[in-house]
Design a binder for this molecule. Sequence first.
Ligand code: HEM
Length: 191
Amino acid sequence: MKNYLQILKDFEAIAGPIEPHAQVLKRYASKLQRWSSLFAKAFYDRLFSYEETARIFKEEERPERERSLKTWYERTVSGEYDDDFWKWQYYRVGIAHVARGIPNEFVVAAMSFVQRAFLEKVKEEFPPDEGARVYLAFKHVTDAIVALISAGYMNSYLSGISTSTGMSLQLIERHAVLIAKKEYERANQSD
Ligand code: HEM
């Protein structure tokens, strides 16, 4: 099972290095961090207005959730990324959602919401060329976080199945490949 550093290495090899984008965010970090309350409110207005996501939260939980999201956003736009930052995204941010039974596609969709809200704000506050650079930097870093969270989600499920059934990870993978081949063939036959 890959650890968070290997997942990140794969992401950079496929999508491109993070450091140039980190430099862009670092240059504007203090300005971007001032938007944290705005995003935290918009984010939870959206999640609390959709029944499927609203029912995940306890009634009194919103202030704490907004604080966590503000901290997450402020660290993410800081441009300062050491091992602890990526480890935190994988083990704390990612696994916290698995532990609450939140489907990964909800987190991916929520990240898409954050990226779009960020773009809207950048368009208001930056000239077009610099705005495009700032948006692409934020998108690249948050896409890397999505890769970590998604891999962590699958790893948690695989570990869970392996521990509870005694099946090795290799055996689980072989079964998954076999089932996928059958589903793929069935889908092709019905075309
Ligand atoms: C861009 C996507 C998201 C980000 C960046 C994010 C960020 C965070 C962070 C930083 C924490 C605190 C983790 C910790 O330090 O313990 C957290 C916890 C939590 N998030 Fe999210 N979140 C996202 C999406 C969602 C979605 C879509 C839901 C529900 C539909 C959700 C529900 C929760 C809940 C219930 C907790 C508390 C977990 C616990 O019991 O400790 N989050 N989130």
